[in-house]
Design a protein around this ligand. Structure first.
Ligand SMILES: Cc1cc2nc3c(=O)[nH]c(=O)nc-3n(C[C@H](O)[C@H](O)[C@H](O)COP(=O)(O)OP(=O)(O)OC[C@H]3O[C@@H](n4cnc5c(N)ncnc54)[C@H](O)[C@@H]3O)c2cc1C
Length: 423
């Protein structure tokens, strides 16, 4: 596309996960204005919901908190939550973007005191915990939320509960009349950092996800292991709250499968190794069986794999299970054939975790309202449109772990700066 010379040097970042946050901070610390749009009520994306990060098993909030401090200190970053892009027109250096916001019903006067939550008994499914539990209709998105501001569920704002919350707020922070809004911004480049969503485990019908609460997905396992999750960090069977000590971790659940996600998400093997580590830390007598086609522990992550392989209570079973049934005692039973020994197995477990892959948001539930080159799976070709002023960062551009997402975001920031400078 011909460069007509930039009219705006502001850079828009769509998506406030680790990639979008990184891109925004890098852009702003180089001296450019940046607008960061996030669809959820707080920043951080999927990683905020992890108990810990592989390979060092550190807590995700450490890395995120440093970035939040960088955002707070930098007046060149404007963060808009509960916002997305509804339309884009123009070209590199001169885009007009229509932003659409959803009501939070809580304004910037909120001190996060929690009086609004205490004023209501109404509960809604907790989106942060993937609906594994319920939360008050007025709630903080999670304990480390940025911005640290409550949000009111739309169904509560619309009925008498909202009035109770409003009456309880001493700071005048509740606005029940807030409506969805649209407005336009002018920017010179756009970084798409819209990330991923977990592949829907219910679509893998042979694995009976819908038939037992004790068959969960890998992202749900993260919440079970998280100290701020529905069980306070204890890995318990959702059906009866008993400790889950015989646990199966099924790799490639719906991945590398033409009927579901044909590609490898690259991180699921590491995710399941991490889940085995969570389990073994909690219960000295726990055993984890990892069913795999092949273990993909890329680059330096091989050491993490070797660590788990050395644990005699973590078993690696080379097999793609055929199906899961519910046994007479209500436990899930995995059936299949061992690839090497050809033995048929039929094994009951306390808990089965399906390692489902990462589906690009831009293919699953948000189509960017502008023509971008997307590969056959919906990932935005990362370098597409550098000349056109649009760049992908993080998992929006392909399956990556956090460190690779951060690298891709830094690269995207540099490309966006080049775009607004007309280089
Ligand atoms: C089970 C599991 C465990 C994992 N564990 C680890 C681990 O331990 N260590 C590791 O390195 N990696 C891990 N990963 C990979 C890690 O989750 C990704 O690398 C990381 O989430 C990529 O960040 P991102 O910012 O690209 O995407 P996301 O985290 O998905 O963030 C994207 C953000 O964009 C927002 N958004 C989406 N669409 C829009 C829109 N239209 N408008 C505005 N905002 C939008 C979303 O709300 C979200 O906040 C794991 C993955 C899985 C599946």
């Amino acid at each position: 596309m011909a460069n007509t010379g930039p009219e705006s040097q502001t850079i828009l970042v769509v998506g406030g996960g680790i990639a979008g946050i990184t891109a925004a901070v890098e852009v702003a610390e180089t001296g450019y204005d940046v607008i960061l749009l996030e669809r959820d009520p707080s920043l951080g994306g999927r990683v905020t919901r992890f108990a810990r990060y592989f390979p060092k098993l550190c807590h995700p909030t450490c890395g995120l908190e440093i970035n939040y401090q960088r955002i707070k200190k930098n007046s060149q970053i404007k963060v808009i939550t509960m916002a997305t892009v509804a339309a884009v027109s123009g070209q590199r250096g001169n885009f007009t973007v229509t932003v659409e916001t959803q009501p939070r019903h809580v304004n910037a006067k909120c001190t996060a005191c929690g009086d609004c939550a205490r004023a209501t008994e109404m509960e809604v499914p907790n989106p942060f915990n993937y609906g594994l539990d319920r939360t008050r209709a007025a709630h903080l998105p999670h304990e480390h939320a940025f911005p640290m501001r409550y949000v009111i569920a739309p169904e509560a704002a619309a009925n008498g509960e909202g009035e109770k919350m409003k009456a309880a707020c001493k700071y005048g922070a509740i606005d029940l009349d807030e409506k969805p809004e649209t407005f336009e911004i002018k920017v010179g480049a756009i970084i798409w950092a819209t990330g991923w969503k977990p592949y829907d485990a219910a679509k893998i019908t042979a694995y009976a996800y819908d038939l037992s609460p004790d068959i969960i997905s890998n992202v749900e396992m993260e919440r079970l292991a998280a100290h701020d999750g529905p069980t306070g960090g204890r890995i318990l069977r959702p059906s009866d709250g008993e400790p889950a000590k015989r646990v199966a971790l099924i790799q490639c659940a719906g991945s590398r499968d033409v009927n579901h996600l044909p590609y490898c998400s690259r991180i699921c093997c590491l995710g399941s190794l991490k889940h085995a580590a969570y389990l073994r830390e909690q219960y000295a007598d726990a055993e984890a069986d990892i069913y795999y086609i092949d273990i993909r522990a890329h680059d330096k992550l091989e050491a993490f794999y070797n660590r788990l392989k050395a644990d005699p209570q973590v078993h690696f079973i080379k097999s793609k299970p055929g199906h899961i049934e519910i046994g007479d005692d209500g436990r899930p039973v995995i059936r299949g054939e061992h690839t090497l020994s050809r033995e048929i197995y039929e094994t009951p477990y306390d808990l089965v975790v399906l390692a489902t892959g990462m589906e690009p948001t831009a293919a699953a539930d948000y189509r960017p309202p502008v023509e971008l080159i997307q590969d056959e799976y919906g990932f935005i070709v990362p370098d597409d449109g550098v000349d056109g002023g649009m760049i992908a960062a993080g998992v929006a551009g392909g399956p990556l772990d956090v460190s690779m997402s951060v690298q891709s975001a830094t690269a995207a920031a540099l490309k966006a700066i080049q775009a607004v400078r007309g280089v």
